[in-house]
Design a protein around this ligand. Structure first.
Ligand code: FES
Length: 140
């Protein structure tokens, strides 16, 4: 089987899909390899990610990894979300085929991009906290 049960579950029944109208941070990133786009909305209360939603035009693996990533950061402090790596998301899904690893980078980057937007709105320079949102290493 190419995909784990968890990937198939999150793909056919993705969690946290949609938009947050009064989001505190919105991130949008594109995957240079496949041209797919991901948008991430965060609601933040007292440093805690109280709600998160995503929209993607990405493939099934992008949907599944974003769904898992949103579950992993919901209710958690910002610091935890910043530490979330695509590797941790892939592990939580019991793995992805190697050719699909680049898809999982979208979720990590979109979360960082949304947090960067959040800090910018607060009048704080996001760079020392969030860092550069690097391009996907699998895409070049
Ligand atoms: Fe584009 Fe997976 S092929 S995100």
């Amino acid at each position: 089987m190419l995909y784990s049960e968890k990937v198939l579950d999150h793909f056919s029944n993705p969690r946290n899909v949609g938009e947050i109208e009064d989001a505190d941070g919105i991130g949008e990133v594109g995957n240079a390899k496949c041209g797919d786009i991901m948008k991430m909305y965060l609601k933040i209360d007292n440093g805690i990610i109280s709600d998160v939603k995503f929209k993607t035009f990405g493939c099934g693996a992008a949907v599944a990894t974003s769904s898992m990533a949103t579950e992993l950061i919901k209710g958690k402090p910002i610091e935890d979300a910043l530490k979330l790596t695509n590797k941790a998301v892939v592990e939580a899904l019991d793995g992805l085929p190697a050719v699909k690893l680049h898809c999982s980078v979208l979720a990590e980057q979109a979360i960082k991009s949304a947090l960067s937007d959040y800090y910018t709105r607060q009048g704080i320079d996001p760079l020392p906290i969030v860092g550069e949102i690097s391009e996907c290493e699998h895409c070049h």
